[in-house]
Write a protein that binds this ligand. Structure first.
Ligand code: UDP
Ligand code: MG
Length: 329
């Protein structure tokens, strides 16, 4: 096997490529070769110069070793290993910070997003002079009804709550112009909800409809707990509506309290006051829970403000193969 040393010899990556492909990987060792084979074939058919930026997001299996091995025989590959698991959105952000291409494709490494869509997505981008071509899932194969139903509900609630027009049923599978990538890299927020951030950037964004496949190998990195925190990031990052909900609830409870006051006064006048404590206890509990809910909502935003103001780096890179280290990381 010939090991190439792109840092010292002329190679396809000495100039900025026309296309970067960013793929985050958490424990994808079993499927990485299959992904690379299909991705490289798809990239080659475009005839463009390209690089593939693989991000190992703190995998505990052989993912990094597989990346190092794959890169040894292919100078188009670059690999980045984060110091621990930072999560899908930050792994994507890490890849984006390294991508040098004039266009960037974000794609999952588990083959749920078809690499062969690259060609049609490039064509769509050209045809519409688009800044973004986002994959829209027509179908989601091999996912539980719970995941499908909760995803459907979530995207609709988010659209309803947020003033940013975040398209429904999309993931992070998308083709971005270099301009969009530069803006994303300059956005400092810690709670990263990339699809919302991309929608917020505006410009011409066109959908590409595709069928989302079931996972080739491995397991989802989004168990229920993570789905909830992802949803909370999306909603609190893109909407003030939950805070306003406090005001609405307060208005409602004041209305109820006034109504009760009238009732109590009337019963005193009629001489039929003092009966069971159940109604009293219920009223007490109701107001108590409204208050707790409001405090909780305020706390949620306050906590996020607290985390944001720390301005910590979004991720820590432990190892990097290929490419010039970018300044400022
Ligand atoms: N992933 C990651 N870090 C994580 C979770 C996931 O880099 O903390 C990667 C994962 O390897 C995959 C992509 O992000 O390539 C999408 O994740 P996953 O398939 O687990 O999500 P799902 O498709 O189930 O929504
Ligand atoms: Mg997946």
């Amino acid at each position: 096997m010939t090991v190439q040393h792109p840092e010292t010899t002329a190679h396809p990556m000495s100039q900025a490529p026309a296309l970067s492909i960013v793929a985050p990987c958490l424990n994808e060792a079993a499927g990485l070769d299959a992904f690379l084979a299909r991705m490289i074939a798809a990239a080659e058919t475009t005839g463009l110069s390209y690089e593939i930026v693989l991000v190992d997001d703190g995998s505990t299996d052989q993912t990094w070793a597989r990346m190092v091995q794959a890169r040894a025989s292919n100078p188009h590959l670059r690999a980045l290993r984060l110091s621990r698991n930072f999560g899908h959105q930050r792994a994507l952000s890490a890849g984006l910070s390294r991508a040098r291409g004039a266009r960037v494709l974000l794609i999952d490494a588990d083959l749920q997003d078809p690499p062969e869509a690259l060609g049609p997505m490039l064509a769509l981008m050209d045809a519409h002079h688009a800044d973004v071509v986002y994959g829209r899932r027509l179908e989601r194969a091999g996912e539980s009804w719970f995941k499908k139903a909760s995803a459907r509900l979530f995207y609709r609630v988010l659209r309803w709550l947020s003033s940013t027009d975040i398209p429904a049923d999309t993931g992070d599978f998308r083709l971005l112009s270099g301009r969009i990538v530069a803006h994303l890299n300059a956005m400092p927020e810690q709670q990263r909800y990339l699809r919302g951030m991309i929608a917020w950037l505006g410009g011409t964004q066109v959908p590409y409809d595709y069928r989302r496949e079931s996972r080739g190998t491995g397991q989802t990195g989004y168990p229920l707990r993570r789905m909830f925190s992802f949803a909370a990031d999306a909603i609190t990052g893109f909407s003030m509506a939950p805070l306003r909900l406090c005001l609405a609830l307060a208005g409602l409870s004041i209305g109820l309290a006034l109504g009760l006051l009238v009732y109590v006064l009337a019963s005193v006048v009629a001489g039929s006051a003092v009966r069971g404590w159940a109604s009293l206890a219920m009223i007490f509990l109701f107001f108590q829970s409204v208050q707790l809910l409001c405090i909780g909502l305020v706390g949620e935003y306050l906590g996020r403000l607290f985390m944001e103001q720390k301005r910590r780096p979004l991720f820590i890179v432990a190892d990097e193969l290929g490419g010039d280290p970018s300044p400022g990381d």
